[in-house]
Write a protein that binds this ligand. Sequence first.
Ligand SMILES: [Zn+2]
Length: 365
Amino acid sequence: MTADQKIGIVIDEDFALKNNPPYPHPIFLSYENPLRIKVILEYFEKINLWEDKRIVKLEPKLINEELLKLAHTKYYIDTVKRLSTFGSGILDEEVFITKDTFSLAKKAVGGTIEAIEKVIKKEVSQSIALVRPPGHHALREKGSGLCIFNNIATTILYLRKEIRYNKKIAIVDIDDHFGDGLVQYFYDDPNVLYFSIHEFDFLENDIGFITELGEGEGLGKNINFPIPAGITDNDFLIFLDLLEPILKDYNPDLIIVAMGFDMYFADPIGNCFLTSISYNKFAEKILSIAEELCEGKLAFVLEGGYSLIGLPFCVQAVISGLLNKKYEQPHFEKITLSSESKMEEILQIKSKLEDLLKNCWKVLK
Ligand SMILES: [Zn+2]
């Protein structure tokens, strides 16, 4: 935290109003809806967040659809546009289309660009993009897992092309799910380190294995840290013991957090037991790492997280962490959610990962 710290928060009313899924609860798809942002913005008003002089409201950058081609095929972009014009459609079993999907997903990319570009240009110290639909599952040629366009991947490719930004970037993905879309773009790229902690179905052999380490020049720069379902606040931050030395070895110019809140205990999709305290402590820690390595250049981009009760507190917890302000978690979180420790399992996974990575990172030797 610096004396003249400014935190840019990218918002747009459309994220709180549009792309309402045409399905009733409790269908899975319907969790990705405008209320996710609406509850956050209403809470910001309630706590007078915008009166804090360190908070700067930012608007999504206006982009043209050509820019989307940096990360997606023309056929796929046209398909999203066509179905949106038509008014509805299903792109995948977990991807729905409404009349607003194309424009809102494009705006989510613009919001992510604004948040990250402002940090790179040091116009704000850190930033948070409160955008939807999320992006980390979106593939080059298709939407997936509630995601339409890959917000972070498109932004990185845009920065390289438009402002010749070719420095090293680290992405830390804390969403409950593995960011299979993001991985696709940067698997052999030495200038993007991807580190994901995600809930893993060890019985069904899920995706996001520890053995997926990247390839070619990107070897060792794709790091999957799968965790068992049911982790608690006591278990969550263990991954930082592996991430921190690797980040210090890698020495990125920018850290992007793919900020999913679906490990929250009340999330309807994830199966973990975190409270907002975990996100507060994570934000504090990743900020201190960013300050040590890259002048505090750190941007958070919203991915998943579907608990309408929890989302406002999770976001506030991140903001308080960045501002080094005491965070008081809401009373309703102060219950014993699970007393079963997953620590031993997580430490075993960490040790296996360290073994796999030690030829790639001198700090692990
Ligand atoms: Zn997720």
